[in-house]
Ligand binder design. Structure first.
Ligand code: SF4
Ligand code: MG
Length: 274
């Protein structure tokens, strides 16, 4: 009788060497993702990681599983389409705050609302890193930089609360430097039914060197996760932005993908059958 070897996190490491700046938080997120896949004993042929554009969206290239590096802001529609066509796969969508909340913002709302069984990981560094440091939707209004002298004065997008209001079924905030905690949250997010959203505070040491201080600012959320979205939203709106942990575990059932097979998607598939 043949025995399958246990999956190790190193099995998920591709031959492509990351080009992120030394010290970038995304290295730790990559490691946490491989550890989560290994902890769940997911064979790499059953996993797909989909991204958009940006520093963190390079992630699929560094993983030895199925992946797709899409276009800016379109990671969630790609991940949704893949999950509908191949419900057997574990689909993880990854990217940054610029990609996900600016051009991809509308897709974010509707992915939460549809509640398809996906995990969305956003490495939030409150800046567009790859294009040299423009303010992103999550940048603080008073962040002063060469490209935003005196700050933008704009109210930041609040991804966790917007995810709750839009119907996400699992909401967590992690810190990239906390590999054990991030791995645990990713495991839970992947296992939780429906749309799971994990915001990872992941410092951009090049354009936001101030974020090196995040390691001292983060702290565990003082209370257990709730299944009441209004309560979770109130807590998140009034916290200091550095509460780490699972903040909301919803009880909605994931979208029933057999409806897609029985309806228009199945029909469309059959039209193009070769
Ligand atoms: Fe990371 Fe910032 Fe460098 Fe991009 S620019 S790789 S986000 S440190
Ligand atoms: Mg960013």
């Amino acid at each position: 009788m043949s025995q399958t070897a246990p999956v190790k996190s190193s099995d998920y490491k591709s031959e492509v060497k990351p080009v992120w700046c030394p010290g970038c938080g995304d290295y730790h997120v990559l490691l946490s993702i491989t550890k989560a896949f290994a902890a769940l004993q997911l064979p790499s042929e059953d996993v797909a990681v989909i991204s958009g554009i940006g520093c963190s969206s390079r992630l699929p290239a560094y993983l030895d599983c199925y992946g797709f590096h899409g276009v800016h802001g379109r990671a969630l529609p790609l991940g949704t389409g893949l999950k509908v066509a191949r419900p057997d796969l574990t689909v993880l969508v990854a990217g940054g705050d610029g990609d996900g909340f600016s051009i991809g913002g509308n897709h974010f709302l509707h992915a939460c609302r549809r509640n398809i069984d996906l995990t969305y990981v956003v490495m939030n560094n409150r800046v567009y890193g790859m294009t040299k440091g423009q303010p992103s939707p999550t940048t603080e209004p008073d962040w002063d930089s060469a490209l935003s002298p005196g700050g933008t004065g704009l109210s930041p997008f609040h991804p966790l609360v917007i995810a709750l209001a839009s119907g996400a079924n699992f909401v967590a905030r992690a810190f990239s430097g906390d590999i054990k905690g991030t791995t645990g949250m990713l495991i839970e997010a992947i296992e939780h039914p429906g749309f799971s959203f994990v915001e990872v505070l992941s410092p951009c040491v090049t354009f936001r060197p101030d974020q090196r201080g995040w390691k001292n600012a983060v702290h565990p959320a003082p209370v257990e996760a709730t299944d009441d979205p209004a309560r979770a939203a109130r807590r998140i709106m009034s916290d200091d932005g550095f509460n780490i942990g699972v903040l909301y575990r919803g009880t909605r059932s994931a979208y029933d993908l057999s409806r897609a097979e029985a309806g228009e998607v199945g029909e469309f598939d059959r039209m193009f059958e070769i």
